[in-house]
Structure formats: C-alpha cells, structure tokens
Design a protein around this ligand. Structure first.
Ligand code: HEM
Ligand code: HEM
Length: 244
C-alpha cells in the first residue's frame, strides 16, 4: 500500500470506529427517552432515569458533528488526491483555492451552528453548512455513481444513484445538520410536531447509515490499490471482462 492508499483508509476507519458506535449509543438513548415519556404520560412515573433525554442530545450532538466531519473527509480525499494528480493547482488554481475556502467556510459554519442560540442564526448556519457539503460534493473529482454521459453513444445513463455512497451519505449528513438546528424547537413545541418530525427523519437517517455501511464496504472492495490501477482500468466495466 502506498501513502495515497493508506490516506484513503482514514474516512472508513473514522466511520467504523467512531460514528457507528455513536449511532448505537444515540439510538439506545432515543428509545429510552421515548419509553420514559410514554410511561410518564400513561401512569405519571417511569423506572427509566430522567437523564436519558439529555444523554441522547449530548451524544446526538457528537454524532451530528462526527457525521459531517467524516463526510467532509470522505469528500476531501478524492478531491485533493485527484487535484494533485491532474495538476489542478497549476492549471485551475482558482477552483483549487475556492475548494480550500469552501472547506474552511463549511467547518466554520458547523462550529457556529453548534453555538448559535437564535432561530435565525441556526437556520442561516445550518443552510451554510449544508450548502458547503453540496458544493464540495459536486466537484468533478468526487465519484457519485449518478448520471453518466457516454461519449461513444452520446447518451445519458441514469447510473446507479440508488446505491450511491455519495447521495445517501450527503442526505444522512444533511439530516444530522437539521437535527442540530432544531434541538431547541423540539423542547419548546408543546404539540410535539417537531419531536415527531425529528423521530421520522432520524429513523430514515439510521436506515441511510446502515446503507452507508454496505455501499462503503462495497466501494473499498471495488477501488483498486494504487499500483494495480493502470492494469485494472484496462478492464471493460460494462461487460465485466478484463484483458488477459
Ligand atoms: C441516530 C438518530 C436518532 C434517532 C433515531 C433519534 C430518535 C429520537 C427519539 C425516538 C426521541 C424521543 C422522542 C419522544 O420523546 O417520543 C428523540 C428525542 C430527541 N432527540 Fe433524537 N434521535 C436521533 C439523533 C438525534 C440527534 C443527532 C440529535 C441532536 C443533534 C437529537 C436530538 C434530540 C432531542 C433534543 C430530543 C428531545 C429529548 C428530550 O425530550 O429530552 N437526536 N430522538
Ligand atoms: C456515517 C457513515 C458514512 C458517511 C456519511 C459517508 C460519506 C461518504 C461520502 C460523502 C463520500 C464521498 C463520495 C464518494 O466517494 O462516494 C465517501 C467516500 C467513501 N467512503 Fe464513506 N461514508 C460513511 C461510511 C463509510 C464506511 C463505513 C465505509 C467503509 C467501511 C466507507 C468507505 C468509503 C470509501 C471507500 C469512499 C471512497 C473514497 C474515494 O472516492 O476514493 N464510508 N463517504
């Protein structure tokens, strides 16, 4: 394994070692929070300690920040390795510096979102963080498994967006940003509308996380090691054949 291959392991390692354990803990507390609230509503008391709600939110904050950070690293790796290879720094230095600036703006927006106290600022910085992720993810270096233009037949192919590690990863990260933005709305709302919205959206997020586990390991299986690239890219991927 060369240095570039090893750097490619940073994102999966952080996801497996930090994000997925956090998901387990956050979901455990989420279940207890709900059970406790329902018990209390039914018979006024519950054996579940009152701290489960605040533990869920404390670790939920960590989870949201970890998912956005891991997503940024997942995007940064292909962008910077391919930019260096394709000499983008010298040939299109404006875009290269724009990308660096966007990373800084996105990280700063996430930090401020964590601290913002008014509704307006939370909306502004949640939007900025989300836009940062989308703009960075739209760079040509990021493999999205989406629409593909075949120059030979001059046709668009829909691609495999439904099993794309990119699209579901971005949606999961956006859901985490939304969770961060609505924390105080959940507490303030007496009709429980925000609470229900939160539960539905984050159940979707959990499914997307499971999907990320599958598509991420598939991608690790598919991406060749640096020294094998020139040989393997001679293969015909559509017909699944390789030269002898
Ligand atoms: C992993 C995904 C998550 C799931 C499945 C989930 C689910 C839940 C559930 C079931 C509840 C209890 C709802 C009820 O009382 O009926 C809850 C409460 C809450 N969640 Fe989450 N959640 C997740 C992540 C997060 C994150 C990332 C945050 C914050 C950044 C967060 C913030 C909150 C807040 C503020 C409450 C109210 C807590 C309370 O009543 O004390 N959740 N969530
Ligand atoms: C919280 C869960 C995860 C999120 C939100 C996430 C998000 C992303 C995003 C947005 C990208 C860039 C787009 C792309 O290249 O597909 C990416 C790349 C990647 N991720 Fe993940 N990911 C997660 C978990 C995982 C896991 C568990 C693995 C493997 C065990 C993994 C392996 C990869 C690989 C191999 C790449 C490709 C890097 C490249 O293009 O060279 N990811 N991830």
């Amino acid at each position: 394994m060369n240095l570039e291959d090893s750097l490619g392991l940073i994102h999966p390692t952080l996801a497996v070692a930090f994000v997925f354990p956090l998901i387990g803990i956050v979901v455990h507390y989420a279940w207890q929070t709900r059970q406790r609230r329902l018990h209390a509503k039914e018979n006024g008391k519950s054996k579940i300690p009152p701290t489960v709600g605040s533990e869920h939110v404390k670790l939920g904050r960590w989870l949201s920040n970890a998912v956005v950070s891991v997503t940024l690293i997942g995007i940064a790796y292909p962008i910077f390795t391919k930019m260096a290879k394709n000499q983008v720094w010298t040939q299109d230095s404006f875009r290269a510096w724009f990308v660096v600036l966007m990373f800084a703006v996105t990280v700063a927006s996430l930090v401020i979102l964590n601290r913002a106290s008014t509704k307006t600022w939370r909306a502004v910085f949640a939007t900025l963080t989300g836009m940062g992720l989308i703009i960075l993810g739209s760079q040509p270096e990021v493999y999205r498994r989406g629409e593909i233009f075949d120059f030979a037949t001059k046709q668009w192919f829909t691609g495999e967006w439904y099993v794309s590690h990119y699209y579901s990863g971005i949606v999961a990260a956006l859901l985490m940003i939304f969770s961060l933005a609505i924390i105080s709305d959940i507490y303030k709302d007496r009709t429980n509308r925000w609470r229900t919205t939160h539960v539905i959206l984050n159940c979707v997020a959990v499914l997307l996380f499971i999907g990320q586990g599958m598509t991420g390991t598939r991608d690790l299986l598919e991406i060749p090691l640096g020294w094998q690239e020139t040989h393997l890219y001679k293969c015909d991927f559509a017909n699944k054949t390789c030269p002898p």
